[in-house]
Design a protein around this ligand. Structure first.
Ligand code: ACO
Ligand code: KIV
Length: 586
């Protein structure tokens, strides 16, 4: 039998990974697929985009009413489109793709509705989409009659597989078809002021770069673009097939080589098939893109168009004005969900229900400390908390900036810890548990959440705290009847009626404070009590606000926490000690 030798490892990394990486080959037929670099080659070696920064917002162009709409099981009717359009205006978009007028009567009529209803503000440009067919171009041009600012967007797929399989045309034949359609469009538009042109070589990311340049440059010339009437060349990732750095190289290459560059607006249109649409758009901006097409919350064909909300708020959290207003993100989401009839995922960046919420203990602890630190910092700077620089762990954005409250930032389940629990009790019920008491209550909460497997709302936390730490003062084996505490010349005297295990009696104690006098009275009743820790605070502002008191006591050798809650601080503190006594003796 021949000896099969394993090839020797060529690097130390390989040797190491052979020892720790024990994954097994999958049974899936990965050999059916080709790596991206076999399908697309970008002649760029001296790329500069990796060391650039994005310091301003691009021109955002929402395509929800066209690309998003064409991906819906039930396309929007005029009422839904209008609601979406109005939202886009409110958010601040100034260029909006409104439809594919030659596709359907609904789309055509919506554009006519915009042209005749006064819905389009003077500074807003409407984009309409058309394939390269004379009859469909005619219908498109008819649709925009009366609209003052229009971009007519012509598209044709240019990638080899589409040329060969879908359109059945060679490079030259397809180029000819595009020029013919673009010429027809230009003739139909004539010298109408306020109309500009856009071209998308669909599947740009799989098209040979020299072919894209050839086609785009010829259109720039045909449409006679100039800096005052620039053409938009929109270079889509129609279907993602490569890592985002490849797209960035493609865009930088186009940025450097497109003719009459000052007369061209370089636009990008990423989809999200590999889940990297946002990364593609951001790297494309580094690489020279000036305009981004996408949809709110990433609706669109298959896995969606790039999400403009995420892109804009990513910029915002870098201190860059996104030029869009998402200060009521839930209202935006509500309209988008209504119009698309699709839900936004709970984990969706920025807009999902759960994205500002921490369930896990260490995250909650850090957030609670971070929020307290933020409030302190704002006070030191003399500015409202909403105006102070934001640097709170685990929260990349202040939920308040999106119109969210802090209510949902921390929620409690079995993954939670003492920091989060204390934060909720404090925030919602004014109970500021002493640090040393927090682990004790946290264990109690953990027992419930582990036992039920479910979340505990802040009201349930309060009840649990109340039942375990406050109620025992009133319902234990030691009950306190009428009592009084007086001070004479620095000496405190505590007189009370006590029932211990059902035996009633009157007792007195003295001490250097009311609580030590109370423990002295308890000692007289046969209960040895040491107060090991004690604290108290008002639970709200104002003279009538209740006080909370916390006491850790050693009672006949057993240590327990107790708590009291009363409008009188003294009563609260007496109850706290009594609750600890009862917990120790139960
Ligand atoms: C990446 C994108 O999002 S592209 C936009 C996709 N959006 C849509 O398709 C929604 C709206 N579309 C429609 O309503 C219809 O497809 C229409 C009205 C445009 C055309 O309808 P139909 O005439 O019935 O053709 P059909 O839908 O089958 O489209 C395929 C034909 O269009 C051709 N075609 C595809 N893209 C283009 C284009 N950009 N320019 C010209 N022709 C094109 C195909 O080659 C094919 O032609 P063939 O019939 O000669 O083989
Ligand atoms: C044609 C362009 C704009 C497009 O929608 C795409 O490629 O996804």
């Amino acid at each position: 039998m021949p000896v099969v030798r394993r090839p020797r490892a060529t690097s130390s990394a390989m040797t190491t990974s052979e020892t720790w990486n024990r994954q097994r080959p999958s049974a899936m037929p990965h050999h059916r697929y080709r790596p991206a670099h076999h399908r697309v080659e970008v002649p760029l070696v001296d790329r500069t985009w990796p060391s650039r920064r994005i310091d301003r917002a691009p021109l955002w162009v929402p395509v929800d009413l066209r690309d998003g709409n064409q991906a819906l099981a039930e396309p929007m009717d005029t009422a839904r489109k209008r609601r979406f359009f109005d939202l886009l205006i409110t958010v601040g978009f100034t260029e909006i793709e409104v439809g594919y007028p030659s596709a359907s009567r609904t789309d055509f009529e919506f554009v006519r509705h915009l042209a005749t209803s006064g819905a389009v503000p003077d500074d807003v440009t409407v984009v309409v989409f058309t394939p390269a067919r004379h009859d469909l171009i005619d219908r498109t041009v008819d649709s925009v009659r009366g609209l003052p600012n229009v971009v007519v967007h012509l598209y044709t797929a240019t990638a080899p597989t589409w040329r060969d399989v879908v359109l059945g045309r060679s490079r030259a034949e397809l180029h000819e078809l595009i020029l013919d359609a673009a010429g027809h469009l230009a003739r139909r538009v004539g010298d109408r002021p306020g109309v500009r042109f856009q071209f998308s070589p669909e599947v740009f990311n799989l098209t040979e770069p020299d072919y894209v340049l050839e086609v785009c440059d010829s259109l720039t010339a045909l449409w006679d673009a100039g800096p005052d009437r620039p053409v938009v060349h929109n270079l889509p990732v129609t279907v993602e097939i490569a890592t985002p750095n490849v797209y960035a190289d493609q865009i930088e290459y186009m940025d450097r080589h497109l003719a009459r560059r000052e007369s061209v607006i370089l636009s990008v249109h990423p989809h999200n098939d590999r889940g990297t649409g946002v990364a593609c758009a951001e790297l494309a901006l580094l690489a020279g893109a000036q305009r981004v097409e996408g949809c709110l919350f990433g609706n669109g064909e298959r896995t969606g168009n790039v999400d403009l909300v995420t892109l804009a708020l990513n910029l915002y959290t870098q201190g860059v004005d996104p030029m869009l207003d998402f200060s009521d993100i839930d209202a935006v989401r509500e309209v988008v969900e209504h119009c698309n009839r699709l839900p936004v995922h709970q984990r969706h960046p920025y807009g999902g229900d759960l994205v500002h919420t921490a369930f896990s203990g260490t995250h909650q602890d850090a957030i609670a400390k971070g929020l307290a630190h933020h409030a302190k910092r704002a006070a030191e700077l003399g500015v409202p908390a909403a105006g102070a620089p934001w640097d709170v762990p685990y929260l990349p954005i202040d939920p308040g900036d999106l119109g969210r409250t802090y209510e949902e930032v921390i929620r409690i389940n079995s993954q939670s810890g003492k920091g989060g629990i204390a934060h909720l009790l404090h925030r919602h019920h004014g109970l500021d548990l002493p640090q040393a008491m927090r682990p004790d209550f946290s264990r109690m909460v953990q027992e419930v959440t582990d036992g039920t497997g479910r979340e505990l709302a802040h009201e349930e936390l309060r009840k649990l705290f109340h039942t375990n730490y406050i109620t025992p003062a009133h319902e234990g084996v030691v009950t306190l009847g009428s009592w009084s505490a007086v001070e004479t010349d620095g000496e405190h005297r505590f007189s009370c009626a006590l029932a211990v295990d059902g035996r009633e009696g009157s007792y007195e104690g003295v001490g250097n404070g009311p609580l030590s006098a109370f423990t002295d009275a308890l000692r007289a009743a046969g209960i040895a009590v040491d107060i090991l820790a004690y604290s108290e605070h008002a639970t709200d502002t104002g003279p009538d606000s209740p006080a909370a008191a916390y006491a850790r006591c050693r009672v006949d050798g057993v240590e327990r926490w107790g708590s009291g809650w009363d409008t009188s601080i003294l009563t609260a503190s007496v109850h706290a000690v009594l609750a600890a006594v009862n917990r120790a003796r139960s």
